[in-house]
Write a protein that binds this ligand. Sequence first.
Ligand code: F6P
Length: 472
Amino acid sequence: MGHDLVIVANRLPVDRVTTPSGETTWRRSPGGLVAAIEPVMRTHGGGVWIGWPGGTDQDMEPFEDDGLSLVPMAMTEQEIEEYYEGFSNGTLWPLYHDVVAKPEFHREWWDAYQSVNKRFAEKAAELAAKNATVWVHDYQLQLVPQYLRDLRPDLKIGFYLHIPFPPGELFQQLPWRRQILEGLLGADLVGFQLPGAAQNFVRLVRQRVGHKTHRDLVYLPDGRSVRAAAFPISIDAAGFEELAQSDAVTDRAKAIREALGNPTKVFLGIDRLDYTKGIYARLRAYSELIRDGHFDVEDAVFVQVAVPSREQVEQYRILRDEIDRLVGRINGDLGRIGRPAISYLHTSYPREEMAALYRAADIMVVTPYRDGMNLVAKEYVACRVEEDGALVLSEFAGAADELRQAWLVNPYDINGMKAALLEAYEAEPKEVTRRMRAMRKTIAQNDVKAWASSFMTELEDVSGVEHQKTVR
Ligand code: F6P
């Protein structure tokens, strides 16, 4: 008997890691996708999650982790290199993020992308019950919907892209642009973070594949229609709020401020160490405020957490070296004994420690050059239970569409960023609270449950209409 709900994502929610002493352990996978889907799976009993457990282990059996049914997909070293590091993160990732880094196009990467996508589709086809719902996630698996439809036309197939979908001018660089569009069209519903991304997709389908479209609908020659729409992703707001209010987190937040020397203001950045996140420019802007004499290392500290990510990809290694050098230089030039300008941590933390950091920080700084949504910005807002705390947010993060009361910045404009950081630093508490209160309302109303249920309801509706059409 198959499953009624199958989640297909590149990663499982847990990642198998080998410690320096050779032991293997499990750790929570990085990134926003896992943070969003995990609570959805928990509320949906009977679902199964297909994904890569990290590493190159072959033949791992399906297993349960903390109540979730997980089906590991093995990957060879060559597939990791060509499908994951190569086509997913060396081609699509930079292309879909405004070409912040130069995408590379290699035919063997494309071959690997196709064959891994095929394997994920075959596994989903094998595990799904009759008429089940399969929800495919993110840019690593854009061909799965069509492969899966070919194998199992009875399924309801949803696809959700967690990252931006680029405008035609950029997407058209891709030598395999048509195949990607056709892959996505295997779904009944294709979800994006923002309406602009859905419009980019529909326009490209019309121009490049030649299908008829009307508003958010694509009409396929076989009579099927596909809907493309925006579903801005969110977080488990109530869960974060509860965690942030717990005694353990409250005490830990105090301890963090003490360990930092109880400065007047704590700035905070938490990002995967990724070139799209704008970490370098943000730290430079901050250091210039100290250098220009606006405040001192006794008054303020910037805590930057950089979560290790895609460390085998060259551009990520280069970025790490650049940030290491910059932080060293800033602290060397501006720090005093026991008072660095930047407290830099290259590590990942569990939710509890993140919540404590959010509670300890007066000013959260989120300045990506391009970001699908950015859940860190939303988590910060959810954790500010006392309705204080300032958010400095890039206009180019999807979250900026909803969090209008943040101090919005253009991350390419260093002087503009300096001005916003300083304004947030000097803002009257009343003003900070006015803004935070409004943002907290937005987050409380649109949490991850609302996101998932609106996608699922829409998927039922689209494929329901479709089903009636075929029956008639
Ligand atoms: O949310 C975007 C995303 O790319 C996810 O698809 C991914 O799981 C996460 O960021 C972290 O990246 P990675 O899985 O490559 O470590």
